[in-house]
Design a protein around this ligand. Structure first.
Ligand SMILES: *Cc1c(COP(=O)(O)O)cnc(C)c1O
Length: 411
């Protein structure tokens, strides 16, 4: 009998564990609303933190770019795909983050999965925060370097691991803003450790670029490790599909490191270049981010973050207090509300959905067992009334869930 039938059993096993994932077809509506398979929902699940994905400035940039460049790029950037638009974007990105040179990629996943193997290989050592994004983990695996995982944000353990390693080439990799927790890595301390142990540091700022630092210039600019204080041992990576509102990614850093990546990154060499129309959309997004529009959007985002945190603080609502959910300490757009149990997290998500809101429940293995959570993502596209609606719906969900568990106990 063919083994191909096993896929049916494996899919059934996913169903049994309620781990089968399902996509929904969506159409954007006004503000932060999405039409989800015919139903209009207020969404708290997008990484479009500044609301730029629907912005008129970006739409206009794309229209103009299509007229000038057409649609596809036609080839790898190493052949004929490197448009003048992509080149200009690279120079503007480098300038924005205060680093000498940048390389523009069509996707963030592909960037990390292949720059790590370009930097280290067999016999080298990699040091990776336990909560790093999947693409850094996959890059580490592909590299064949020896991987040392350190406990999330535990720099004492990282220090000990670096000291104990006999490898000559060491690479430390970390998210700048952790995607499921919303906390920010201590970049200055990480850099100091890398100095002490002659290690290279790769930072993934997917969730910080556009939001953190002066004018949204990112997590590295926020700690002043750019421009005149440039470090020869930091590579900065960020994505363009989140706060920048488009798609793609870039890596920036010292000239010799970026030139090496240009030569050796397989997903750069062997993939069709991002179309110029996307590069032009990102250029327009970057102008917004660095300008007054960006300031206004970041201000709006921070007001929504403060509003949510005040509304979910202990002592505000008895039903919420009784539910025992805990809002993680985060001052970024990612506001995780830990529910704990997997089923409970799904129940709360379902209750919110019935009330017309879409907030994703995140479960293991994406997060550690026992910490299933709602990943509330805020955006400048949210109005104060939207966050009020979310707070009301969470209170209702807390009452409904408390009622359900009381019935269970009494039964
Ligand atoms: C989203 C994300 C990526 C992947 O970027 P894409 O451009 O979506 O492929 C990489 N790292 C982190 C931390 C992310 O959150």
């Amino acid at each position: 009998m063919t083994w191909l039938n096993e896929f049916d059993d494996r899919l059934a096993a996913l169903d049994a564990q309620t781990l089968r994932r399902r996509r929904r077809e969506v159409v954007p509506e006004q503000g932060a609303r999405l039409n989800v398979e015919g139903v209009s929902l207020l969404a708290f699940c997008s990484n479009d933190y500044l609301g730029l994905a629907q912005s008129p400035a970006l739409r206009e940039a794309v229209h103009a770019a299509v007229e000038r460049y057409g649609v596809g790029s036609g080839a790898s950037p190493m052949v004929s795909g490197h448009s003048v638009a992509n080149g200009a974007l690279e120079r503007e990105l480098a300038e924005a983050v205060g680093l000498p040179r940048a390389l523009y990629f069509y996707a963030g996943y592909a960037t990390n999965a292949s720059i790590v193997p370009a930097l280290v290989g067999e016999g080298d050592a990699l040091f990776s925060d336990a909560l790093n994004h999947a693409c850094l983990i996959d890059g580490a695996r592909l590299s064949k370097a020896t991987v040392h995982r350190f406990r999330h944000a535990d720099l004492a353990q990282l220090d000990a691991q670096l000291a104990a390693s006999a490898a000559r080439r060491k690479l430390v990799i970390s998210d700048a803003v952790f995607s499921m927790d919303g906390d920010v890595a201590e970049l200055a301390a990480l850099h100091a450790l890398c100095e002490r142990h002659d290690a290279l540091l790769l930072i993934d700022d997917a969730h910080g670029f556009g939001v953190l630092g002066p004018q949204g210039r990112g997590a590295l600019a926020a700690v002043g490790l750019t421009g005149a204080n440039l470090s020869p041992r930091i590579l900065y990576m960020a994505t363009l599909g989140k706060a920048l509102g488009v798609a793609g990614a870039f890596v920036a850093g010292p000239e010799r490191l970026v030139e090496w990546l240009l030569q050796k990154t397989r997903s750069y060499t062997y993939a069709t270049a991002a179309p110029a129309l996307l590069a032009e959309a990102v250029r327009a997004g970057l102008r917004c981010v660095l300008g007054e529009d960006g300031e206004r959007r970041r201000h709006q985002l921070h007001a929504r973050i403060a509003q949510l945190r005040e509304g979910l603080a202990r002592g505000v609502d008895p039903a919420l207090d009784a539910a025992g959910w805990s809002l993680m300490p985060s001052d970024t757009a990612i506001q995780p509300l830990v529910i704990g149990d997997n089923e409970d997290a799904l129940t709360v998500m379902a209750s919110l959905r019935e009330q017309g809101l879409w907030v994703p429940a995140i479960r293991p293995p994406t997060v550690p067992a026992g910490t299933a959570r709602l990943r509330i993502a805020l955006s400048a596209a949210h109005e104060a009334a939207d966050v009020d609606a979310l707070l009301r719906a969470l209170r209702t969900a807390a009452r409904t869930c408390a009622g359900a568990s009381r019935e269970l106990e009494e039964a």
